[in-house]
Design a protein around this ligand. Sequence first.
Ligand code: F6P
Length: 320
Amino acid sequence: MKNIGIVTSGGDAPGMNAAIRAVTRLAYSEGFQVFGFERGWEGLLTSKFGILTPRSVGGIIQLGGTILLTSRSLEFRKKEGLRKAAKTLMKNQIAGLVVIGGDGSFKGAFELSKETNTQLVGIPATIDNDVYGTDETIGFDTAVNTAVNEIDKIRDTAISHERVFIIEIMGRTRGFLASNVGLTVGAEIILVPEVKFDKNRILKTLKENSAKGKKSSIIVAAEGVGDTRGLTSEIERKTGSEVRLSILGYAQRGGSPTARSRLLANEFASEAVGLLHKKEGNRIVGLSKGEVTSIDLGESCRTEKILDLKLLRLAEKLAT
Ligand code: F6P
């Protein structure tokens, strides 16, 4: 095997560049030529790629985003798109393709694996941490820290104005980010998409808190829980407190990766290149109980990573 490709796909995550750098350098030292496909799967549809070398990936370990650019390609999902991508791989004799992304990217990779002999290896990188087969994804720790830093600042104004703040953080379908952030900022209430929230329970908790002498509260809500704007006005109306909504948004996806995210990027890259060297494709690498390991790509795509509700329960106990 002489040529391998790298693609970053889906939402960017801090640490993707560190992974690109590590895969490129490790692959080079194994004698591979490395192709960097641009704009996610689109790069395979349009044959847009550049050759990556140990020098061309210098100075990027600390950068957020992805130098390869990314996108969510609809065309790639169609049979014709998959075939076109497979053709690009064959034409350029790409024996192994490293896919850096989240669960959507891996589902795409799994479909592509049915059309190609190229060995596909996934490196989980998403702020959502929702990939089955790894306890943690690249970028998650950075996003948690970004959100925590912002919410600590909002806490200052919440205390000064004696207000309730609803802070909406990313996570359209999953609450891994919200539960970790909520616990570590000492949120009074955490709302995640996995658990339907009960407005009356929220109102009751806030009323009890104020009776206990709490003059401000932080509610951390994942974006997927529903209408946070409506919830804000309803709480204001029904409690008589001043309530504000703050949407943290895309800032959570950017910024320099933390040491933890870079560490995972390097370790995952090493495992991924090792798999390609052994010609073991169609796997995703991951962290399991502190060990870097890998699981079958199809199994990862078919299985939902379950949110452990114990963090939510602990946060509730601590918010007394
Ligand atoms: O998957 C990462 C993520 O940031 C989610 O948390 C969020 O719901 C989604 O991407 C936003 O997607 P887009 O970049 O397409 O707006």
